[in-house]
Design a binder for this molecule. Structure first.
Ligand SMILES: [Zn+2]
Length: 293
């Protein structure tokens, strides 16, 4: 009886060891040890036209998973970097992107929007394309596409439209992307904080409005108002003209608590959109374009 028990225990241990050794081969996945990959099922699961998962990557950085594409906007991981990177803590971990069709959009060269480290992803992700609003110094990657001001670019079933400005003395764009049944606007640093709308800002928004017929989600940089308060005339004009169903305030990395205040103030001033306010890196949202405002 005792002998039998021992045999069974040894057998179980051997089986467990064999299973641990060979299970990655059978499952078809081989994640590096120690990583949690909490949202892997979401990254590789089914998602329909007009739907998206959205992750906050800090400051103006976002990841948007649509039916056939994985878009990353202005990812610049500032501040402390966790030991284990994952989309669920607001960081791009190449292995998680393994099966994604990745498009990395960068609006301009400021460090809070562009980290040259992102070029490393070219080696570690099978399918990755970079879309920039200017020619980054010395870069000759064949995966790089430079967007011209106010021109449409088509790639992989996506339509990309830009607006252009040099409000801070360097070339900057903002992106309007039509992809998988969604229209997405990422403002970069396109803003107007004065009491009077900057004429180029207004013209840019009018141009996008004419080319969009309402948008699904808008990522809008929150710069406050020179006249006081969190919401400026540019924010209200953008929401009024582009009519985003959902608006994500951004550009206050580390000060995310302000977003709720911004949303309340904008609503009080007549902004007709639904605000999604992040609190920390890795916050995730699900969007369907038939959702109510
Ligand atoms: Zn900025």
């Amino acid at each position: 009886m005792i002998f039998c028990k021992k045999t069974v225990i040894v057998l179980v241990i051997v089986l467990v060891v064999l299973f641990l050794l060979f299970s990655p081969l059978f499952s078809g996945e081989a994640y590096p040890a120690g990583n949690k990959y909490i949202n892997n099922s979401l990254l590789n699961g089914n998602i329909r036209e007009g739907e998206a998962y959205v992750w906050y990557l800090g400051h103006s950085g976002w990841a948007v998973k649509t039916k056939n594409h994985f878009l990353i906007f202005d990812y610049s991981p500032m501040g402390s970097i966790p030991a284990e990177l994952s989309i669920s803590n607001g960081h791009i971990e190449p292995f998680e992107m393994k099966y994604q069709n990745v498009f990395i959009f960068v609006s301009h060269a400021h460090g809070d929007h562009y980290d040259p480290e992102i070029w490393k992803l070219e080696k570690s992700i099978d399918s990755v394309t970079f879309i920039f609003g200017w020619q980054p110094e010395k870069n000759k990657s064949h995966n790089l596409h430079i967007t011209e001001p106010r021109t449409k670019k088509y790639m992989d079933g996506m339509e990309i439209l830009t607006i252009y400005h040099e409000f801070d003395g360097i070339p900057e764009v903002a992106y309007l992307v039509k992809v998988d049944g969604l229209v997405i606007f990422h403002a970069g640093d396109h803003g107007s904080t004065g009491e009077i709308l900057n004429p180029l800002f207004k013209d840019n928004i009018d141009f996008l409005s004419k080319n969009s017929n309402g948008i699904d989600m808008a990522f809008i940089s929150q710069f406050g108002s020179k006249g006081g308060g969190e919401v400026n005339k540019g924010d209200l004009y953008t929401i009024e003209q582009l009519k985003p169903k959902v608006t994500f305030p951004m550009h206050r990395g580390g000060g995310e608590r302000v977003y709720k205040k911004f949303a309340q103030e904008a609503a009080d001033k007549g902004a007709k959109t639904r605000f999604f306010c992040v609190e920390r890196k890795g916050d995730r949202f699900f969007y369907q374009n038939n959702m109510k405002k």
